[in-house]
Design a protein around this ligand. Structure first.
Ligand code: MN
Length: 231
């Protein structure tokens, strides 16, 4: 096999407790999966959540103990943070039943679904796809993945995001509208999940803008926190 130019390198995320890395296949995202966030976006919070995607190479890896750089993207004047629990799939499948989900999960990480909110809102108004608002370069920061076996309390964990030391988003994972098992069951009815898929499970209320110079610290209890400075 030869290629007309070298193929892109595999995007990968560090794993806690091993030098081996998690190779990324796809990034799925859940929209409006916390009631108070749906409400702050102008919805009742009673509609079912839904899915969109980001390209795998939108990942920004934040290594443990380091502060990564988050490049301020083009075209926007309203770059929003959305802290999210990320589920890493270790075993693929389709039409996965809720009670079978656990064996498909490799682990969990802290992620940010960065959003060009002004462009997303323009697209919503026009009934056009969200790609330009959601799927841009550097839009998917993520920290190291912790294997699921080490995280018995993850489904009740505290989730919080600070900007320059001020708390902006704070909730608990058990307030998800579709919990992790239901999200994976739903997702696997629409796409065949593969080892290496990441699922950004949705953000709680408190989304707001960041500007160059801001430092974001995102934490989910039990997981490696992430820190990024916007440049
Ligand atoms: Mn989101």
């Amino acid at each position: 096999m030869s290629y007309v130019f070298p193929p892109s390198p595999t995007v990968s995320v560090p794993v806690v407790g091993t030098p081996a890395r998690f190779p990324v296949h796809r990034i799925y995202c859940v929209g409006r999966n916390y009631e108070e966030h749906a409400q702050e976006m102008g919805h009742s919070g009673r509609e079912p959540p839904f899915f969109f995607m980001k390209p795998a190479d939108a990942i920004v890896v934040v290594e443990a103990g380091q502060t990564a750089t988050l490049p301020y993207p083009s075209l926007t004047r309203n770059l929003h943070h959305e802290i999210e629990l990320v589920v890493a799939i270790g075993t693929g499948g389709r039409d996965i039943a809720v009670d079978q989900v656990l064996r498909h999960i490799y682990g969990y990480a802290v992620g940010l679904d960065m959003t060009r909110r002004d462009l997303q809102n323009d697209m919503k108004k026009q009934g056009r796809p969200w790609c330009i608002g959601k799927g841009f370069d550097h839009s998917a920061p993520i920290g190291p993945i912790t294997p699921a076996a080490a995280l018995p309390g993850i489904h009740q964990a505290d989730i919080r995001l600070q900007v320059n030391g001020t708390l902006r988003q704070h909730s608990q994972i058990d307030r998800l509208i579709w919990n992790v098992a239901e999200t994976i069951a739903q997702l696997s009815s629409a796409w065949e999940l593969q080892a290496g898929d990441l699922i950004y499970t949705g953000t709680p209320a408190g989304v707001a803008a960041v500007v160059p110079g801001d430092t974001l610290v995102a934490e989910v209890a039990g997981l490696t926190p992430i820190s990024l400075t916007v440049r």
